[in-house]
Design a binder for this molecule. Structure first.
Ligand code: DGL
Length: 274
């Protein structure tokens, strides 16, 4: 039994969709969520920058919270940095890409899948490498602008629908039966996405599969916490703490009461290229 914390991070609020699944599936674990809201969005940034941010945050979680595992609850950071983190961080590191691919492949019936992701994730080719079955038609669509709506707390509006209709036209035209939400922010837009692609298209996220992977890995390595009762959830953000607790609670339904603020300058000064 190991009651160290599990660290979870994202560029902002998106990873809260993974955190919710973790709090359901591994409720005894202490969880630390880090939202890099000062530096979001990661999607349009060069991969080297995202890799550097992911490394700073992972080292911060290891050194300051002694985490026993890091969950990269961000597709863009998983695509840019997972391999690098696994080589450099001294605890297991789990990403979200394999989990999303598994979930989508197990759901599709007509073997046609649309993948919605950030510009950085699509350009990295990470999903293209991961979809291994050659009997699948996979349409990749980068979706610039959607993350910004979520970070503003705007998850359903005429503007969101207009942008979605324009972005998702190729996916709709391809008659996919499954859409993989390959950015952890997008589950917060599910209602709007579903209205645009149609109710008969199944929306899939990596949240539950990732939580299963965490649970399996903790169990397999005898790292799980077997305390009576539930673990705690703590929050850290590079942005405004009050805004994080208000908007984060509104989006995720989690009760985010207190948030530690950490300056980006502090991260850079202490955890740059460790
Ligand atoms: N939530 C992230 C992802 O899964 C990052 C979005 C962004 O910051 O652009 O890709």
């Amino acid at each position: 039994m190991n009651c160290g914390s599990v660290g979870v991070f994202d560029s902002g609020f998106g990873g809260l969709s993974i955190l919710s699944a973790l709090s359901d599936l591994v409720p005894k674990e202490d969880l630390i969520y880090f939202g890099d809201t000062q530096r979001y969005p990661y999607g349009p940034r060069p991969q080297e920058d995202v890799r550097e941010f992911a490394s700073q945050i992972s080292w911060f979680l290891v050194k300051e919270y002694d985490v026993k595992m890091v969950v990269v609850a961000c597709n863009t950071a998983s695509a840019a940095a997972l391999e690098h983190l696994r080589e450099s961080i001294p605890v297991p590191v789990i990403g979200v890409i394999d989990a999303g691919v598994r979930a989508a492949q197990s759901v599709t019936v007509n073997r046609s899948i649309g993948v919605m992701a950030t510009v950085g994730t699509v350009a990295s080719g990470a999903y293209q490498r991961c979809f291994s079955r050659d009997d699948l038609l996979v349409i990749y669509q980068s979706c610039p602008g959607l993350v910004e709506f979520v970070e503003r707390g705007e998850t359903y509006s005429e503007e969101v629908l207009i942008l979605l209709r324009a972005l998702l036209e190729p996916i709709i035209r391809s008659r996919v039966d499954t859409v993989l939400l390959a950015c952890t922010h997008y589950p917060f837009l599910s209602r709007a996405i579903s209205d645009v692609v149609g109710r008969d298209v199944c929306l899939v996220s990596s949240a539950e599969e990732t939580a299963f992977e965490v649970s399996t890995m903790l169990g397999g390595e005898s790292r799980e916490c077997d305390r009576d009762g539930t673990g705690s959830i703590r929050y850290v953000s590079t942005g405004d703490s009050l805004a994080f607790s208000q908007l984060g609670s509104q989006l995720s339904g989690l009760a985010i009461e207190s948030v530690r603020h950490v300056d980006v300058e502090y991260l850079v000064a202490n955890y740059r290229k460790v």
